[in-house]
Design a binder for this molecule. Structure first.
Ligand code: CA
Ligand code: CA
Length: 512
């Protein structure tokens, strides 16, 4: 009796082990569904503090490092990388890149005290682009076109009677850029005060202000009088400036080999020029050039207004309104709001959204911690969504130790996040769910996403239509154990834990 009981017990154990094995076996690559279409996913390949003391040494030569990493990035599902500004900036090799000095110097000329930029030389950059292309990864340039900094010399400039500061007076402005180290290679265009609308510094009195130059008017922006941001503000009503910057854009795509642009501070640049720049660069290339604008506008109707003002279908924008919803999730929110927030949920604009959780501005040491809680819930949302192109932030991925869990979500995106997306009808304050039906022609794709901002640690069950009848699902994140089998109509009782640290589950079909 006792012996048979032990035998039974060991049999149960064996069965259990087998079952547990079954639950985990789909993680093996040979059990993934085939990748029929390639979901686009961007890696933002830098952060503000990259290369500084206390951060990984190998990142100080980013172009070399990226060339090495290309196979690994491709394998996990990244289809594009957004590089930091690759041109020479005011601060030389310590400059992150946003203080544009010479767009035509990609680490090739001795200017600002250095040949290389913070990230390496032009040759290293070109090698990185080749390596990334060899692994099927597109490369996007971070174009900082709004302003110039670090001019070579000053000029005496008379100010407009409409200048906000010192109207009608004369200042000494840093507006002469002759690029002495480059010696007119690629472009012989040299900049003087007439290339700018205004500046923020008078060298003669060493005072700051907002100075509009004589005969100039601020450029056309979506938000009125929003042209000036910093430095010497480029006048995009000047035809010679338009021509040089457009030539440069064509060179970056057609000669250097980039595949697209992230347009920095785009709402502070003349929208007529932005439209023309996109049109011209697109027309002059046989690539489908990618454009995403950083229009930092958190109200979705205003962001739509911005897109309509530029009026160019090729322009996408970062979904700052969606990110605001993730910021609300930090301290708990009504999870039902997630079904209609952001550009990614705005009818007619869903495909214009580039979704993200944090970037080099929203997360910066000593300044802003960014989305410091429930960040995986936010990533699970953008990486499973039907619309929007998601961006993963390097600092989250490599520095904050999120790589292992993010890799699971990236695998979900690569193999399962296909087919029409459906909102469910039973979201509540604590749980948001979303379904991808999968593609008809593919066996084993599709998913049920559940994310929670609850904290009770209990497992919640929701009856959800997976759109996949008689299908066995398991939670790819491993947060909830066991299988869920849907009925003949596709319904099943899917589960998620109300938990900050495990409050996201992605149920995917088991493939035998
Ligand atoms: Ca102007
Ligand atoms: Ca401007």
């Amino acid at each position: 009796m006792k012996k048979s009981f032990l035998y039974l017990l060991s049999l149960i154990l064996v069965i259990n082990v087998t079952l547990v094995g079954c639950v985990f076996s789909p993680n093996k690559k040979d059990n993934f569904p085939p990748v029929s279409r390639n979901n686009e996913t961007i890696l933002q390949a830098f952060y503000w503090e990259m290369g500084e003391a206390g951060y990984p040494k190998e990142e100080t030569d980013l172009w070399l490092f990226l060339a090495q990493k290309a196979p690994e990035l491709s394998e996990v599902g990244f289809t594009a990388v957004w590089l930091p500004p690759a041109n020479k900036a005011m601060g030389g090799k310590r400059d992150v890149g946003y203080a544009t000095y010479d767009l035509w110097d990609l680490g090739e000329f001795n200017q600002k005290g250095t040949v290389r930029t913070k990230y390496g030389t032009k040759e290293e950059l070109e090698n990185a682009i080749t390596a990334l292309h060899n692994d099927g990864i597109k490369v996007y340039y971070d174009a900082v076109l709004n302003h110039r900094m670090g001019a070579d010399s000053t000029e005496t400039v008379k100010l407009s009677p409409y200048s906000p500061d010192k109207p009608g007076q004369t200042i000494k402005a840093w507006t002469k850029l002759a690029f002495p180290g480059r010696k007119n290679k690629y472009s012989d265009f040299q900049w003087n005060w007439q290339c700018f609308d205004g500046a923020d510094w008078d060298e003669s009195t060493r005072t700051s202000g907002k100075f509009l130059f004589e005969g100039k008017s601020w450029d056309y922006t979506f938000i009125w009088n929003d042209d000036y941001l910093m430095g010497a503000d480029v006048d995009y009503e000047n035809h010679k400036v338009q021509k040089d910057v457009t030539n440069w854009g064509n060179w970056i795509i057609n000669e250097i080999g980039f595949d697209g642009f992230r347009l920095d501070a785009v709402k502070h640049i003349d929208y007529r020029f932005i439209n023309q720049f996109i049109t011209d660069v697109q027309k002059n290339s046989n690539k489908d050039v990618f454009f995403v604008g950083e229009a930092w506008i958190e109200n979705v109707d205003d962001l739509v207004g911005y897109l309509n003002t530029v009026n160019n279908e090729d322009l996408k924008v970062f979904d700052f309104p969606l990110r605001s919803a993730f910021a609300d999730m930090i301290n708990g929110t009504d999870m039902r709001t997630l079904q209609n927030v952001g550009l990614v949920n705005k009818e007619g604009y869903k495909n214009r959204a580039v979704t993200f959780v944090d970037n080099h501005d929203t997360n910066r040491d000593g300044k802003d911690p960014g989305i410091y809680r429930r960040k995986y819930q936010a990533y699970a949302y953008i990486l499973t969504r039907e619309h929007g192109i998601p961006v993963v932030y390097w600092k989250d991925y490599y520095i904050y130790g999120m790589k292992n869990e993010l890799d699971k979500l990236l695998e979900v995106r690569k193999y399962y996040a296909y087919g029409p997306g459906y909102e469910v009808d039973n979201n509540d304050e604590d749980v948001y769910s979303y379904v991808r039906a999968g593609l008809d022609e593919v066996e084993g794709d599709g998913l049920v996403l559940m994310i929670s901002d609850g904290e009770s640690e209990e497992i919640i069950s929701k009856r959800i239509n997976s759109r996949q009848p008689n299908t066995t699902f398991y939670d790819y994140t491993g947060h909830v154990q066991g299988n869920i089998i849907t009925d003949e109509r596709g319904y099943g009782n899917f589960k998620v834990r109300k938990s900050e640290n495990e409050g996201w589950s992605v149920w995917v079909p088991v493939i035998e």
